[in-house]
Design a protein around this ligand. Structure first.
Ligand SMILES: [Zn+2]
Length: 381
C-alpha cells in the first residue's frame, strides 16, 4: 500500500506525581522503532482529582479535552495521558467515546502480570488507541474486534489483568484481526512499526528471557558510545578497564554534547585539542536552564571523573601495579552507570545516520541512510 507520508502524532502528557522518565521511555520506543507513530512528550504535569483513590473517567476525559484545546492540537493528533492513579473501572487504558483521539492509560505496578517494563505496557496501549481510532473512523464497532477470551492477539481485551501476559508473550495479531485491518485498511507502515515493537516487548515478557542470547543495552545505542561501552565489557584487567571506562566516559560526554547541540539546531564551537574537562563545561553550559538531563552534569561533577583521570593517569606518579586501579575502576563504572541511566532516553531516542538518499515526496523530504547502531555496525563503502 503506498502511504509514504502517513503520520500519527501523539502528544503525551503525564499526571502530576508520575516519574517524568516514564513518558520519555515511552517516546524512546517509537524512536527506536521508527514508523508513522511519533510521540512528543509534554513535560508540564497534569493535576487530576481523585475520588475514593481513583480518577473518574468523565472528569479525566474532560481534562483531556481541555488539554487538547490548551495546546491547540490539530484534530487528527492524539492526546494521551499517562496516569499514576488507577481509574474507576480499573482498566489498563481507555479512550473518550466523544473524541476517541483522546485517551489515558494507567501506569501501575503490573510486575505481578508481566516482566515487561511498565513503559512497554503504556506503549502497547498507545498503539491500540491509534488502531481503535482508525477502526472507528470507518465506523467499525471496536467492541466487535475485542477478544473476551485471550487468544494471544493484540486485541485480547484482558478483562483479567493477568491476560496481558498471554498477549505480550505471543506478540501476535490473529487472522480475524488481520482480515479486519485489510478491510479498513490499516496502513502497512503502522502494522510494521507495531509488530516490531511487539516483538521486542515479547523478548522482555517470556519466562525464558534469561536463557535467550543476551542482547546488550548498548546494541540500541549509536555507534560511538556503543563501541566504547562494548570494549569495557570485554576487559578484565583493572588498569585496562579503568582506561576503557575513561574512554567511554569521554565518548558519552562528547557524543551527548555534540548530538544535543545538533538536535537544538546549534553549531557547537570546538576548541583546539579540547580536554575532558572542557567537554563537560561545554555540556553544562548547553544544558543551562533546561529541565532534562541536568543530572548528567551533576553526577559527572560529583563523581570527580576529570580529577580521577588527572590523578591516576594524567599528572604525577603513575602506579605500575595493575590491581591498584580496581577500586577507581569500580567507582568510575558506578558513575558511568548512573549517567547512562539518565541518558537512556536520549541514547535510544536518536539515531546517528549517514544519509544516502534524500527525495521529495508530496512536498515532504524522505531521507534514507545507514543507521549507525550498536557496536558492530560498519560503515559500508
Ligand atoms: Zn485478534
Amino acid at each position: 500500500m503506498a502511504t509514504p507520508n502517513i503520520c500519527f502524532r501523539v502528544l503525551l502528557f503525564s499526571e502530576q506525581g508520575l516519574d517524568k522518565k516514564h513518558g520519555r521511555e515511552v517516546a524512546a520506543w517509537f524512536q527506536r522503532f521508527p514508523g508513522p507513530i511519533n510521540v512528543e512528550v509534554i513535560e508540564k504535569p497534569v493535576k487530576l482529582e481523585r475520588t475514593l483513590g481513583t480518577i473518574l473517567w468523565d472528569e479525566t476525559f474532560s481534562k483531556l479535552r481541555d488539554l487538547r484545546a490548551e495546546i491547540a492540537a490539530e484534530s487528527e493528533a492524539f492526546v494521551y495521558l499517562l496516569t499514576q492513579s488507577p481509574n474507576e473501572q480499573n482498566w489498563y487504558a481507555v479512550e473518550d467515546e466523544d473524541n476517541y483521539r483522546n485517551g489515558f492509560g494507567h501506569v501501575g505496578d503490573f510486575s505481578w502480570v508481566t516482566s515487561a517494563p511498565s513503559h512497554a505496557i503504556s506503549v502497547h496501549y498507545i498503539q491500540k488507541t491509534i488502531f481503535n481510532a482508525l477502526l472507528r473512523d470507518r465506523n467499525f464497532p471496536v467492541e466487535e474486534i475485542w477478544h473476551d477470551s485471550p487468544r494471544g492477539c493484540m486485541f485480547d481485551f484482558c478483562a483479567h489483568k493477568e491476560d496481558l501476559a498471554i498477549k505480550f508473550r505471543s506478540a501476535d495479531i490473529c487472522s480475524d484481526c488481520m482480515s479486519v485491518f485489510q478491510e479498513i485498511p490499516i496502513p502497512d507502515e503502522l502494522i510494521h512499526q507495531t509488530v516490531s515493537i511487539m516483538e521486542a516487548v515479547r523478548k522482555l515478557s517470556v519466562n525464558t528471557a534469561p536463557y535467550l542470547s543476551s542482547e546488550h543495552v548498548f546494541d540500541r545505542w549509536p555507534f560511538p558510545v556503543a563501541l566504547t561501552r562494548h570494549k569495557v565489557v570485554q576487559s578484565t584487567n583493572s588498569l585496562l578497564r579503568l582506561l576503557l571506562l575513561l574512554d567511554h566516559y569521554d565518548s558519552l560526554v562528547r557524543y551527548f554534547y555534540l548530538a544535543k547541540e545538533t538536535v537544538a539546531e546549534r553549531r557547537p564551537e570546538l576548541a583546539d585539542h579540547p580536554s575532558m574537562g572542557w567537554w563537560l563545561d561545554q555540556l553544562a553550559a548547553s544544558l543551562k536552564g533546561e529541565r532534562n538531563f541536568r543530572e548528567v552534569v551533576r553526577i559527572a561533577q560529583e563523581g570527580k571523573v576529570v580529577h580521577l583521570r588527572n590523578e591516576r593517569r594524567g599528572h604525577g606518579w603513575i602506579s605500575p601495579e595493575t590491581e591498584s586501579y580496581r577500586r577507581d575502576a569500580e567507582h568510575l563504572e558506578g558513575v558511568i552507570t548512573e549517567i547512562e541511566a539518565e541518558l537512556a532516553p536520549f541514547l535510544e531516542g536518536y539515531c546517528l545516520v549517514i544519509p544516502r538518499e534524500i527525495t521529495l515526496v508530496s512536498n515532504q523530504y524522505r531521507v534514507e541512510g545507514e543507521n549507525l547502531l550498536g557496536s558492530i555496525s560498519c560503515i559500508r563503502p
